[in-house]
Design a protein around this ligand. Structure first.
Ligand code: ACO
Length: 329
């Protein structure tokens, strides 16, 4: 029997209403500047969740838009996979809260934590399940409310991240398009370089942990930078090899939006000119698992991804996790 093809049928996104600019850090006493942040990261602003805005609400909004675009009803969803590192609750998974909000009564639902690689990993899991023939329509979401797990007193990290969600409908298809190559890797020996050290199972929450803030994200910035550049370059090579394509066959590169310097280094290594690279880190910051689907949603809305386009996705995140995918739309 021929292996079913998985198509990315539609992608949409949602962000909180509040925009937080680089200049706004002065108002909360963080010693930084617009110039420092732009020069080192390319970030100019990010969206930050306010009261009543949660991972569930952002993911549900993005999912509803994607479902409307694809013409898919909640009853048609077989599965919901939510890539996230910032769930609304530690138990149960936020994916089941999205399932309830959508009324997707037939769907199974689970969270997948691969940090910034969460959407990319989730798409590849969805593709594998569609290939078994048992699943037809899967909602894959990358969503984060990182503003609630970053230390707003730590200028090394708090300037980098933003909140948002991107949702993709992945469907079985008979057309010879879809995911042409898929690659995932991880290296847990480097887990300490980007982590939330305490406050969970191995080191349960105490007043001391709360006071020192060691339940928030900590990061060895330079080490993360070096590993991100190396791993994303490797992932780009693997994507092209896997699809038996060369860089000139790629119409658009959509990398994880962490930092403009990491994006430029990845594009350079892959021999893809910056005109063929989608960048929106300036307006969203690093939204972790949400960054690629938000970028894809914008790229499609701008007509930069259309029927027949060949798009390469490359991600890297805490773990470390990384990977890539080439999709023909
Ligand atoms: N504003 C002003 N100064 C700052 C800030 C800030 N927000 N943050 C740090 N500094 C200071 C430091 O204290 C240091 O000062 P010192 O020399 O007096 O000690 C100085 O700036 C230089 O700090 P470095 O860490 O050496 O700066 P670097 O050029 O490495 O840039 C950065 C830091 C932007 C974090 C960089 O290392 C980076 O981008 N790393 C990748 C991190 C990343 O993207 N993480 C996201 C998660 S993983 C992923 O999504 C890929």
């Amino acid at each position: 029997m021929k292996r079913p093809v998985a198509m990315l049928a539609a992608t949409a996104h949602a962000v909180p209403t509040r925009v937080f600019t680089n200049d706004d850090f002065a108002s909360i006493g963080v010693e930084t500047s617009d110039e420092w942040i732009r020069e080192r990261t390319g970030i100019g602003q990010r969206y930050i969740a306010g009261e009543g805005e949660t991972l569930t609400s952002l993911c549900t909004e993005a999912a509803r838009k994607a479902m409307a675009m694809a013409g898919v009803t909640a009853a048609e969803l077989d599965l919901i996979i939510l890539g996230t590192a910032s769930p609304d609750r530690l138990l149960p998974a936020t994916a089941v809260e999205v399932q309830a909000a959508l009324g997707a009564s037939r769907a199974a639902a689970f969270d997948l934590d691969a940090a910034c690689s969460g959407w990319l990993y989730s798409c590849q899991v969805a593709e594998g399940l569609i290939a078994t023939g048992s699943y037809e329509t899967i909602l894959v979401i990358g969503g984060e409310v990182l503003s609630r797990i970053i230390n707003w007193r730590d200028r090394n990290t708090c300037v980098l991240f933003g909140d948002g969600a991107g949702a993709t409908i992945i469907r079985r298809s008979t057309k010879q398009r879809g995911i042409l190559s898929a690659y995932m890797r991880s290296d847990g020996t480097l887990a300490d370089l980007l982590q939330r050290p305490k406050g969970a199972g191995a080191c349960p929450m105490t007043n001391e942990i709360l006071a020192e803030g060691s339940h928030f994200i900590t990061m060895a910035g330079r080490e993360v930078f070096k590993n991100a550049v190396r791993s994303m370059a490797d992932a780009a090579d693997r994507a092209l090899d896997g699809a038996k394509l060369s860089s000139t066959d790629v119409d658009l590169l959509i990398p994880h939006q962490a930092n403009i310097r990491i994006i430029e280094a990845t594009a350079k290594h892959a021999n893809i000119p910056m005109e063929k690279v989608f960048v929106n880190v300036d307006r969203y910051g690093n939204t972790s698992a949400a960054s690629i689907p938000i970028a894809l949603s914008e790229a499609q809305a701008q007509g930069r991804v259309k029927e027949g386009s060949t798009v390469m996705f490359v991600a890297f995140g805490a773990g470390f996790t990384w990977g890539s995918m080439i999709v023909r739309f």
